[in-house]
Design a protein around this ligand. Sequence first.
Ligand code: SF4
Length: 511
Amino acid sequence: MNNRVFLLKPPTKEFSSSFPLNLAYLAAVLRKNGYEVKVLDASARYSIVAPSEILGEIRDFKPLFVGVTLTYDFIKEKYYLINMIKRLGYPVVAGGPHVNIVPMEVLGHGVDIVSLGEGEEVVLELAEAFSGKRKLEEVHGLGLRRSDGKFVFTPRRKEIQDLDSVPFPDYTDYKIRDYIGNDNLDMNKTFFDVFTSRGCPYRCTYCSASRTWDGGQRRRSARNVFEEMMMLHEKYGAKHIAFMDNEPLVDKKRIYELCDLLENSKVKILISTRARVDNVDDKLLKRMMEVGFYKLAIGVESGDDETLRMVKRFYTQEQVLDAMSRLDSIKFPVVHFNNIIGFPWENDKHLNSTLELNRKIPSSLKYFVNVLTPIPMPGTPLYEEYYERFKFKDWWLDSSVYEKLLGGMTKDAPLFYVFMPRLKLDYYRVDFWKYSPTMKKKILELQLSLQKIAYMKNRDFKLLELFFVFLLIKVSVRLFLLSPRLERFLMSPFKHKRMIAYAGKFIFKEQ
Ligand code: SF4
């Protein structure tokens, strides 16, 4: 009897550099229950798989159904591929973040079934339904297209409360070289991701977490997280692990327990984690440092109290600075954070507050910044509130918009990009918020200023050196905005081997 399930992450121009962990979870559950599974990540950076090959693999495997995970990038191309798969005669079930936000859109583009919420229980029941062991309509958490063309939804599925009962993700189908181009794990320190919890107790307006999860946070036990980390270390040689859940540090007792387990194991693993400003607890972080935690991605986002309130972060500039000085006092090794500037209500006052915040961060703290403008992600309150006013309804359905957001920076990169690959100028290409020319200029200046402050504070640069490098970057940016071809023509003499090697010292490498 056919017991095969094909799981696919479709190809996209936005390459992935780590495993699709959601499919690895589904594969683990299915295999544990006797199903034969094939997982194909067609978007892995070093092994992009063309649609024709994907169709060939599906045809050869002859699955009961094809499960596809969907994110909103290049979604039209993904819908096109799904319809090609359907023409082979295989039902397609879609899950993932985009499906939870716009299930009707996904069904409307030809997908047979959408799976809402967590997939581990649904995928098993779906496999049983396609094997004739139960009725499809009895599976909770689905949206279906009926034979009369109407869409129906089965009752909502409850979230899994006991996360320790979920098997560890199955990495069998992945090869590290598909993601980083070789087998050297030191090249990608965030390669092995672990989710210690699901959901987020907060409701920031630019984030769609609340649309994906019911609300609140469900946590795995310290022992269960520890055992997964040991499995990654022993079976795959993991030396670095990144905690990728939204707020791993909310339950401090659990993290203290994890620290004890890691200490007693004597295994050395470097761990990066995330935290909100109001979860920075120096005593806890000091303990975490003793057992291998070395990098903290901290949600800062803005230095302006009004903006922080409007995006529902609910902390203040004072609290951010307090958190930073506590991280400094314990000499936490590496801190990363984002500044988001240019929300639709922002003016000089807001931008200046963010500048002021960055200036006040203690000089001895080793920190790295990204400076971004807000993108109205599907399903976020920011999108819902502003799409009519700024006329960007369903913008993700136009692939050219996403193409412009990516910016084509990989080929013939301008000189500034060699120094600052994370300098995002997407608001010049896709102006969601209809900034005035003056505002764009201010945002650009602030982006450069904040990067310069970070370099001045915690890098070993001479002032004169920074002056010339930033002059070069500014000229390159200005020319690029006038015409990328002009920039290429005039700045190419600077793009020689030695300059590129020198620029390496300015890049915020993954530490
Ligand atoms: S931005 Fe982070 S803290 Fe805020 S809702 Fe999203 S996941 Fe939660």
